[in-house]
Write a protein that binds this ligand. Structure first.
Ligand SMILES: C[S@@+](CC[C@H](N)C(=O)[O-])C[C@H]1O[C@@H](n2cnc3c(N)ncnc32)[C@H](O)[C@@H]1O
Length: 231
C-alpha cells in the first residue's frame, strides 16, 4: 500500500495516496507521544475557543435534561470535560472512561476527586464502576468509534438507566468529510444512523442541533436522547 502524509503521527489515521483516511486507532501510543492530543488542555487558542463553547453547551444541555445523578463521559481523555462539568453542576457525579490507560492515569492524577477508568466503549465487555448511569456523554469521540459503532450502541442500551440521557456531542468540519462517510455522513448522517438503528426502540430523540458560529473552528453538533422502553 502507498503511504501518504502522517496524520496524528499516523497513530489515529493515516492518509492514503488517494487522500482518503484509514483508521489506525492507536490511542495509547498517541498519548505516550503527545503531551496534549487534540489540544484538549487548551494549548491551541482556536481549538480552546471551540472547546470552551462546546463544553458550555454540554453543561447547558445536561442541566436542562437531567436534574442530577451519575454521568459517565466516554472518551474522557485527560478529564477536562468531566472536571469542567463537575465545577458547574454540583448535583451530578461525573465519571470518565477512556481507551488509553495513559490518559486515564493523567486524568486521575489531575482530578483526584473524580473517578476515571480504562475501557473500550465499543467492546462488549465494557463496564463501568457501576452497571447503569443516569447519563452517558460521548463527546468528541464519534470518528474514532465508527468501526465499533454497533457495539457502542449496544453498550448504551445496557448502561443508560430508564429515563436516563444519552448525548453525542461532536465537532463537524466545514470541509468535505474524508473518513467514515459510508457509515455516518456528517451531522444529519449521525441523526439518521441513530434513528435507523435498533437502539431507537430504547431511546427517544429529544434534541438535536448543528450550530454554526463563524468565529469558531468547527460547527458543533449534538444529539440528546432519552432512554424509554417501547413495547
Ligand atoms: C478527541 S479526544 C476527546 C477527549 C475529551 N472527550 C474532550 O473532549 O476533551 C477523543 C478521546 O476518545 C478516546 N477514545 C477513542 N476510542 C475510544 C474507545 N473505543 N473507547 C473509549 N475511549 C475512546 C481517545 O483515547 C481520546 O481520549
Amino acid at each position: 500500500m502507498t503511504r501518504g502524509k502522517n496524520i496524528s503521527g499516523d497513530f489515529i489515521f493515516k492518509e492514503n495516496a488517494n487522500g482518503t483516511l484509514e483508521f489506525v486507532g492507536d490511542f495509547e501510543a498517541l498519548y505516550r507521544h503527545d503531551p496534549d492530543p487534540w489540544g484538549q488542555l487548551g494549548g491551541d487558542e482556536r481549538m480552546g475557543a471551540y472547546y470552551a463553547a462546546s463544553r458550555q453547551n454540554i453543561a447547558r444541555l445536561l442541566s436542562a435534561h437531567l436534574a442530577g445523578g451519575t454521568v459517565l463521559e466516554v472518551g474522557c481523555g485527560f478529564g477536562q470535560v468531566c472536571a469542567t462539568l463537575a465545577a458547574q453542576l454540583p448535583q451530578h457525579i461525573f465519571v470518565g472512561a477512556d481507551i488509553s490507560d495513559t490518559a486515564v492515569q493523567k486524568a486521575q492524577h489531575n482530578f483526584p476527586a473524580l473517578h476515571f477508568f480504562q475501557g473500550d466503549v465499543t467492546h462488549k465487555n465494557f463496564s463501568g464502576s457501576q452497571p447503569h448511569y443516569d447519563a452517558v456523554i460521548i463527546n468528541q469521540v464519534l470518528w474514532y468509534v465508527l468501526e465499533g459503532f454497533e457495539g457502542l450502541l449496544n453498550n448504551m442500551v445496557r448502561m443508560v438507566k430508564p429515563q436516563g440521557v444519552l448525548m453525542f456531542c461532536n465537532a463537524f468540519m466545514r470541509t468535505p468529510q474524508r473518513y467514515g462517510k459510508d457509515k455516518i455522513d456528517g451531522f444529519d448522517g449521525l441523526v439518521r444512523a441513530l434513528m435507523n438503528h435498533a437502539c431507537a426502540r430504547h431511546f427517544q430523540l429529544i434534541d438535536a442541533r448543528l450550530t454554526h458560529d463563524e468565529t469558531l473552528l468547527y460547527d458543533d453538533g449534538y444529539v440528546v436522547m432519552r432512554r424509554v422502553e417501547r413495547g
